[in-house]
Design a protein around this ligand. Structure first.
Ligand SMILES: [Zn+2]
Length: 283
């Protein structure tokens, strides 16, 4: 069992003092922690300058009956599933509110951060972030640019901290994919009185561990409790992803046959003219 002292010593051993940090974590990975998730979030927030975590809310999502093609959605099937299985219609999605808890899928740490009295939250109805001392990043988010807070951290040479989790939850890889020109998607969310379109929605992340072998020299690792905690510079990650996707535009996709988002990315890549076939000067 660890307490605030061990948590603090662990995070302070990482090169994040005075830095802007985006963190992802599994509270359970740490083993028993005296004082619970609050102690972990407090220790991390005290060890850096600014801290954000994703507080995504998938319960707000709705699927229209019709929508753009090549969007990794089977609109008719979605509607069919809703009506047949549980009678849920678009109106049963939960309207986004600032005080809406982060999805349980995000784990207890982001929700703990969101509930701190000194925390603020951005207002994207699906892809919000909570943060402390991070207004400069949270304010950058727009409907059109949902991952802009990560760009704001990158502009300050920020860091990523992964607490007992791997790159499949590393949202910054999505930010880098978009910079590299990878296909994005459109999703929709319910607000109190209307449905809003959410463009530039990222793809699937289950193939993201492929990046790990390219990051060996950039990652600083420490053990806190039972968890392996990794810190890496955000801009190093962004550069590695950009280089990887330039070398292999199909990198970081998952191998599940039924993954609609990865399959749409493959289709989009194959639709591009092959660089070798372009006339000289256009490659
Ligand atoms: Zn996939």
């Amino acid at each position: 069992m660890i307490g605030i002292r061990e948590a603090l010593a662990g995070f302070e051993s990482l090169p994040i003092r005075g830095q802007a940090v985006i963190a992802h974590g599994s509270f359970k990975s740490l083993g028993r922690v005296q004082g619970g998730p609050r102690v972990v979030v407090d220790a991390l927030a005290r060890s850096c300058d600014a801290l954000i975590m994703p507080t995504f809310t998938y319960d707000t999502m709705v699927t229209p009956l019709v929508g753009p093609p090549n969007n990794a959605l089977d609109y008719a099937a979605e509607e069919h599933t809703r009506q047949r299985q549980d009678g849920v219609s678009a109106l049963d999605a939960i309207p986004f509110k600032r005080a809406m808890p982060a999805d349980v899928e995000m784990g207890v740490l982001p929700e703990t951060l969101r509930r701190r009295p000194d925390a603020t939250r951005s207002l994207h109805p699906i892809l919000s972030f909570a943060g402390v001392n991070a207004e400069f990043a949270l304010q950058r988010q727009t409907m059109y640019d949902p991952l802009a807070p990560i760009g704001a951290l990158a502009a300050k040479n920020g860091w990523i901290v992964l607490i007992g989790v791997d790159h499949t939850v590393n949202t910054s890889i999505h930010y880098a994919e978009k910079l590299a020109g990878r296909k994005q998607f459109t999703r929709w969310a319910r607000l109190r009185k209307r449905i809003v379109e959410c463009p530039n929605f990222p793809g699937d992340s289950s193939g993201f561990n492929e990046i790990a072998s390219y990051l060996d020299n950039d990652v600083v690792t420490v053990t806190i409790g039972e968890a392996r905690v990794q810190a890496l510079p955000l801009n190093s990650l962004i550069d590695r992803v950009k280089i990887l996707l330039r070398t292999n535009p199909l990198a970081l996709l998952c191998q599940r046959n039924e993954c609609m988002r990865c399959n749409e990315v493959r289709k989009a890549v194959r639709a591009l003219p092959h660089p070798d076939l372009l006339p000289k000067g256009e490659g």
